[in-house]
Design a protein around this ligand. Structure first.
Ligand code: F6R
Length: 251
């Protein structure tokens, strides 16, 4: 079931998702949480940092990133390891060793298989935090990716590389390959939280939440998932109707 919350701005959307995560951790202190990079989850991490300041204990949580570029050393400022160190580990005071990120190194195919096995060994993901690409991608599962695929090496589309070029000196420096949790991996998470903000996401959000279900829109996988919490700002919501109770969710 998908519960959709529509709020005026990204900050409030971030607070809603942070509260959803906190609800899980209060119930299951050793929860396994999947995390995303990119711009969308930043307000979630900021709101979570406030909750940690207020006493939320994340010390027993295990974290798994969605994806990592192939060809960037972990210490590169735009590797997802570095981004998560900066945006998640440091502000929330996490133990870095509890935050897993694929390590493509010299053998990304072996790294993808090892990462999938690590997630299984951890007991699977309790809650997967997601952003969505303008083309509907989840993780780096681009349109056309089969729903059942495990963690794998994927090629970034030109559109995704162009979107991500804002983080690099030029488009040429955006990697072309990544290791990403597959749609099979993402779909097996026991719950999901999607945050999308800004007008550029409106079409992808509408397709994911209300369009036909199939690989042409990877985000439409969420329509098959049992517990999906969606937080949108007005611009990303476009015509999508809210089904959630914002007042209850923002405490
Ligand atoms: C990030 C990821 C991607 C992003 C998506 C949206 O780990 O896997 O799917 O969630 O590209 O990116 P932003 O949030 O930067 O618009």
């Amino acid at each position: 079931m998908i519960t959709t919350h529509v709020v005026p701005d990204a900050r409030t959307a971030g607070s809603l998702v942070a509260e959803r995560i906190a609800r899980l951790v209060r119930a299951v202190p050793a929860a396994v949480i999947g995390v995303a990079t990119g711009s969308s989850p930043l307000p979630v991490y900021r709101a979570l940092a406030d909750l940690v300041d207020g006493g939320l204990d994340l010390s027993r949580v295990t974290w798994f990133a969605l994806d990592e570029y192939v060809g960037l050393p972990p210490e590169h400022p735009e590797s997802y390891r570095s981004v998560l160190d900066r945006e998640l580990v440091a502000p929330l005071g996490l133990d870095r060793l509890r935050v897993h990120v694929p390590e493509p190194g010299s053998d990304p195919y072996a790294a993808a298989a090892a990462y999938e096995a690590d997630i299984v060994r951890a007991g699977g993901i309790d809650l997967q935090l997601l952003g969505i690409g303008g083309n509907g991608h989840l993780g780096f599962n681009e349109p056309g990716t089969p729903f059942g695929i495990p963690t794998h090496v994927a090629e970034l589309t030109h559109a995704t590389r162009r979107d991500n070029a804002r983080f690099f000196p030029s488009l040429l420096e955006v990697p072309t390959l990544c290791v990403t949790q597959g749609l099979g991996t993402i779909g097996r998470a026991r719950a999901h939280a999607l945050i999308a903000t800004g007008e550029a996401k409106a079409a992808a959000v509408a397709a994911a939440l209300t369009g036909p279900v199939g690989p042409e829109c990877p985000g439409s996988l969420l329509q098959r998932c049992p517990d999906v919490f969606v937080a949108l700002d007005d611009a990303a919501a476009g015509g999508v109707e809210p089904t959630g109770q914002e007042i209850d969710a923002v405490r």
